[in-house]
Each structure stands twice: as C-alpha cells, then as structure tokens.
Write a new protein. Structure first.
Length: 192
C-alpha cells in the first residue's frame, strides 16, 4: 500500500499564509497527522540566477523579518496566479535588480521545504542582461544589488557572512550548478 493524503483542514489563515492539518495514511494503513504551511496566493516561487555578459552574477541584499537579519539572496519572488513562471521571473528580476534579461532558460522545478510547505521553486538562468532601472515593486525599495564575478563569488559570500549577514543556502549550490552548465573557454564562460 502506498502512502497518501486523505484530507486537509485549515487551522489558521492570514493574508498570505495559512496553517493546515493534513490527514494522511501511511504505507501500513495507519492514519497520521501533519502540520504544514500553505500560501493563500498560490504555491509557485520563481528564482533567477542572473549572469552578465562579463561573467558576473547579480545578488541582492534585503532585510528578512523571520530571521531579523539582512540576507544575501538571488532575485526571487512569488508567481501571481494568472502569471506564467517566465513572466514572473522577468518581472522579479527587473523589480529587484533593475535588469532585463534578453534570454531566460528554465533549469528545474522542485519543492523548497517539503516537510513544512507546499511551495515549489522554479529556477531560471537569465542572460543577455541590460540595466533599465527598477520597476516599482511592493517591497523592492530596501534592496541592495551586487554584481559579483562568478569566479570569486564564494569568497565574497564568506566575507559577507563575517560581516554578520546571512547567506541563502541555495546560492552556493546554484552557482556551482551554473558553472557546470556553462563552459569556460579562454577564461570566459560560454554556452548560455
């Protein structure tokens, strides 16, 4: 017998999040409960790994209230319910960094925190970037934008951590993943 969800019940709901009880049946036919968090506005997150023509990645710094700290992150945000993931990626990139991408490539989709949430992360590589200025997003006014050479990004992140900032754990793995996708020829990354 396979495990399966039997039903969910909302315990508490706010403007953007709700806490739910999930009843599920395990592979031995035993009924169990699990608490999880769901978004009230959809479950898709888009994350973009922007790479400039001169082999730099664009990272952002912003305050995150749940951890009460400034955090270094890749540009990301929620996909509006009526919006394609590609359009959400382009919108978030411009809102948070001021850059438009001439080309985006979907890398993968997967659950972010499957023990806690029903959210899915959709990761995109963005290239052929042009700075056009930030759009007026809801929370983008407190964001600092950095352009960091791919080859020195890990040292830069280490420095930011010693300065007391938090670094999103996804960055190191995703930059490594991108380096494997891109091929270095004559000191320049190609193949995007």
């Amino acid at each position: 017998m396979k495990s399966k969800t039997i039903g969910t019940k909302t315990i508490s709901e706010g403007k953007f999040l709700k806490l739910v009880d999930i009843n599920w049946q395990d592979n031995k036919n035993k009924i169990r409960k699990w608490e999880a968090v769901e978004r009230t506005t959809g479950a898709d997150i888009v994350l973009v790994i922007p790479i400039t023509n001169d082999d730099k990645t664009i990272l952002i710094e912003q305050f995150r209230p749940p951890v009460d700290r400034m955090v270094i992150e890749l540009p990301a945000g929620l996909c509006d319910e009526s919006e394609s993931r590609e359009n959400a990626t382009l919108r978030e990139l411009q809102e948070e960094t001021g850059y438009q991408a001439g080309k985006i490539r979907k890398l993968f989709t997967g659950p972010v925190s499957f023990g806690l949430s029903s959210e899915y992360l959709n990761a995109f590589l963005a290239t052929n970037l042009v700075f056009v200025g930030k759009k007026d997003g809801r929370e983008e006014k407190g964001i600092t934008v950095y352009k960091i050479p791919i080859e020195t990004v890990y040292e830069w992140l280490d420095k930011k951590e010693t300065e007391g900032l938090l670094v999103d754990v996804e960055i190191r793995g995703l930059i490594s993943y991108i380096k494997n996708i891109l091929k270095e020829v004559n000191g320049k990354y190609v193949g995007i």
